[in-house]
Design a protein around this ligand. Structure first.
Ligand code: AMP
Length: 369
């Protein structure tokens, strides 16, 4: 991911993909033009990188020139009245190939055709590296297209956002969701996830989603989801993945304008972790880190029994259920840490000591993200 001025962009088309597309275009055009020496006309500014790579790959002699598109000052809409400057060469009877970096609405192309109307060229071919079929509103034939792309704003490889990004060797796409901080707060039952999430959500302006709390809310309100979950929760077992994943997705959707999320009690299985990655991906976002609160088992049992005296939670009241929840954590949930370790996103934090000390440790870690 990169940031240009105020916007974030994600990797979209790699150097290797661009290279292959440019090579294919060069070979195809060379085949089609036979022994004629063509004049390649790049449209500045965006096409400079494409034209440079293209002519290096073109296997036969050729000429290269550039024209520049100028907008009349003060008019900045996509319907700009534009004109091309710089066409000084006599192109009579020549094979001319326009090299464009990108064709979207086709306005520039219309102007190109207008300019070339009076030139007595042998043939005018249009070649564009990128093409947005959904945005194209004109009828002009595009003879050569490198890569078709969806109608999203892109930068890199000659294309800019407010002057920046032209120098990037690969192409990036505007993220539809701008930057979010998404934390997985991890640890066994009783580690203090809920307590700490209350402080962190205020400090970082994040939405806290505790799957346990959502289940308990549903149980209290006797919803179908609550009834289904209750049988598992009362035994200290996990609610089935698909039920939990669907519920989590719905909670995230309810907060579509959030700055980010604290996931507490989710994911608890690798299937849930994968589903969470997919969900973040669909939001053009990602999990920033998994922060695991590390607490000794006997401290956990003591904390949960203590909490059980006031929480009203059946699963906190019975030591056998508590021990089963810990067993389930080690048997089924602890592996999720490896999922984030392999993504280099796992951070362990000492979860013993005073609530304030632990909050401070967590903030120190989050501030480095
Ligand atoms: P918690 O409040 O996080 O301790 O969760 C209480 C109970 O809700 C757990 O023991 C599970 O039965 C259920 N639960 C909460 N989150 C999940 C999850 N991500 N996957 C499956 N079950 C869950």
């Amino acid at each position: 991911m990169i940031k240009l001025k105020d916007l974030y962009f994600k990797a979209f088309i790699s150097e290797a993909e661009i290279d292959a597309a440019v090579q294919k275009m060069a070979d195809q055009i060379a085949d089609d033009l036979g022994d004629d020496i063509p004049v390649f006309v790049g449209i500045l500014n965006g096409s400079f990188m494409f034209v440079s790579d293209f002519v290096k790959k073109y296997p036969k002699p050729c000429e290269v020139t550039f024209i520049k598109l100028a907008s009349y000052e003060g008019i900045k809409s996509s319907e700009d009245i534009q004109r091309l400057i710089g066409l000084t060469q006599d192109l009579t009877d020549r094979q001319v190939v326009i090299l464009e970096d990108i064709i979207d609405s086709g306005n520039t192309l219309e102007e190109v055709h207008r300019i070339f109307e009076n030139e007595k060229v042998a043939d005018l071919h249009i070649a564009t590296l990128f093409y947005k079929p959904e945005a194209y509103k004109k009828d002009y034939k595009l003879h050569y297209v490198g890569i078709e792309i969806p109608n999203k704003f892109i930068v890199g490889y000659g294309l800019d956002y407010e002057g920046l990004g032209r120098d990037l060797p690969s192409v990036y796409q505007l993220k539809t969701t701008q930057h979010m901080t998404n934390l997985v707060l991890f640890g066994p039952p009783g580690a203090g996830k809920g307590t700490q999430a209350e402080f962190l959500k205020e400090q970082y302006n994040l939405v806290h989603i505790s799957t346990g709390d959502v289940f308990r809310f549903n149980i209290k309100n006797e919803t179908a989801l609550g009834m289904l979950a209750k049988s598992f929760i009362d035994k200290g077992e996990l609610v089935p993945d698909q039920v939990t994943i669907d519920m989590l997705n719905a909670e995230v959707e309810k907060n579509s304008d959030a700055n980010g999320f604290i996931f507490d009690g989710f994911p608890r299985t690798n299937a849930q972790a994968k589903a969470l990655d997919q969900l973040m991906d669909s939001k053009d976002s990602q999990i920033s880190a998994m922060i695991a609160l590390e607490v000794d088992d006997e401290v956990l049992v003591k904390r949960l029994l203590e909490r059980g005296k006031t929480s009203g939670r059946a699963d906190d009241a019975d030591e056998a259920v508590i021990r089963n929840r810990l067993k389930v954590y080690y048997d089924e949930t602890a592996v999720v840490a490896d999922f984030y370790r392999t993504q280099d996103k796992f951070i362990g934090v000492n979860g013993e000591g005073s609530i304030e000390d632990i909050t401070e440790r967590l903030c120190k870690v989050i501030d480095t993200l």
